[in-house]
Design a protein around this ligand. Structure first.
Ligand SMILES: [Fe+2]
Ligand SMILES: [Fe+2]
Length: 472
């Protein structure tokens, strides 16, 4: 029997029998999925110091306790309603927002929700083996915090499917547990969510860049005219911030340690000889995850994106900071690649909405990279990290049929094949990373050689706190 205790919520679940029954039917399948596809080796005998959202106000939402992972209380929360909220963009600008799904937009909205929902369990699947190679107990706990919250994000999308999409929604909710990251027959919908994440450099880059794509998408969905979708995604954004914190500080701590090791080894020495992660290796992983995450924003010119905007389903990040919200006769200057040369053309702004969101995303990423570079600077290093050109290593959109180096210089297929591992992780790079991560560090307060400790612990606990404990 589902109760507010089992599923913390602010949607008055106990009074909605139909929804309650639907979720009761889905929940055991979810738990089975979590056991099969969630963190491997940490299901039965470990307790993790995690936060659980029990309400949307600041105190309720930062509730910390030790929990066995399968017993985590995945809840359903919508941010507080905005009184008299009006549609903020598109053809229905200024009208009241919708509390129900308009029939004519049902398919489009379902598609948006399913695509978002599919990424949530996918990332848990991608990360399921990382616990066995963790650099510290602090990091292990952060991994699990991210994992349970991605699980909650799945709940959030399943709540919408069950509540507003009837039979189709129920079917979609089941399928969200049936597709599997990297599975040849039933893969996850988006490509970056089928890539394996088997080492912690990948994990930190994923949470920095791919969770930040999550932030872009959630920001644009939080503008939606469908009010329950807007409120759900607004609350999800507060959790997303922690995921990006894990990624950004994870890489910052690796950089910190790399600088220390470089000094110890003598500046010219190869930092790998002392078990560190060299800066070119970090840059290659940045290139990999940044380019995969650019693809997640979709094609540069997109009639779907135009239609989502026109219909008021998906807005721009921070829609209220734009001067004009109907955007019918404005243009975007877009760079095309024709006959080996860049050419700028005017595109109707609505058709360029994916690119507009990608611009916002690139800016947000660049600010993070600048923060990383300050660490290198403080250590007196001349190396700097940078974002590759957005044409580099693209699998979706107008650049996907061509090859470019990280400066955006066109390459022939042969040149690309000959040089790609200068810019992307090679099998040998991965092998090296796995060699320095072969043993987990489970002792409180101890850290793997390649990463510095964090500045502070979680929830004001000390760094050597027992963030994950084994049951006796
Ligand atoms: Fe998420
Ligand atoms: Fe996330």
């Amino acid at each position: 029997m589902i109760s507010a205790e089992k599923i913390p919520n602010n949607v008055n679940l106990s009074s909605n029998k139909r929804l309650q029954r639907a979720l009761e039917h889905w929940q055991p399948k979810y738990i089975q999925w979590w056991r099969d596809m969630g963190p491997q080796g940490f299901q039965d005998y470990h307790q993790v110091y995690v936060r659980t959202a029990i309400s949307v106000d600041p105190e309720g939402w930062a509730h910390f306790e030790y929990v066995k992972l399968p017993e985590y209380r995945w809840g359903i929360f919508l941010a507080d309603p905005v009184h008299d909220r009006k549609i903020g963009f598109g053809d229905f600008f200024g009208q009241s927002v919708w509390q129900e799904v308009p029939g004519e937009f049902r398919n489009q909205l379902r598609r948006l929700i399913v695509t978002q929902g599919d990424t949530e369990p996918a990332s848990v699947e991608q990360q399921r083996l990382l616990g066995q190679r963790c650099p510290s107990m602090y990091d292990l706990r952060n991994l699990f915090q991210v994992n349970v919250e991605e699980g909650r994000h799945l709940w959030a999308m399943v709540y919408l499917l069950h509540s507003y999409f009837g039979r189709d929604g129920r079917d979609e909710a089941e399928e969200l547990l049936e597709r599997q990251s990297g599975n040849r027959d039933k893969p996850r919908i988006l490509e970056a969510f089928n890539e394996p994440i088997d080492n912690w450099l990948d994990f930190f880059m994923f949470t920095m860049f791919t969770d930040r794509d999550g932030k872009s998408q959630l920001m644009s969905l939080s503008e939606s005219s469908l009010d329950p979708l807007s409120r759900t995604t607004r609350f999800m954004l507060t959790e997303e911030a922690h995921h990006m914190f894990v990624g950004e500080t994870g890489i910052a701590r690796i950089l910190e340690r790399t600088c220390q090791l470089m000094k110890q080894a003598g500046f010219s020495e190869d930092v790998r000889k002392v078990g560190g992660i060299d800066i070119p290796m970090i840059q290659k992983h940045l290139n990999q995850w940044f380019s995969l995450s650019l693809d997640l924003h979709g094609s540069e010119v997109s009639s779907n994106a135009a239609s989502y905007f026109a219909n008021g389903l998906k807005g721009r990040a921070k829609e209220d900071t734009f001067d004009e919200h109907i955007v019918r006769d404005t243009f975007y200057n877009m760079e095309f690649f024709e006959e080996g040369k860049p050419v700028t053309k005017e595109i109707l702004m609505r058709n360029a909405m994916n690119e507009v969101l990608r611009d916002w995303y690139v800016g947000d990423c660049a600010a993070g990279v600048a923060r990383w570079n300050r660490i290198l600077e403080q250590h007196g290093m001349s190396d700097r990290l940078r974002l590759p050109d957005r044409k580099f290593h693209r699998g979706i959109g107008m650049y996907s049929g061509f090859h470019f180096d990280p400066n955006g210089v066109p390459l022939s297929k042969e040149q690309w094949e000959a040089r790609k591992y200068e810019w992307l992780p090679s099998a040998a790079d991965t092998e090296y990373l796995l060699s320095i991560m072969d043993k987990p560090v489970y002792e409180p307060g101890k850290f793997a050689n390649y990463i510095a400790p964090p500045r502070r612990g979680i929830n004001q606990q000390p760094i050597d706190f027992e963030y994950v404990r084994t049951e006796q």
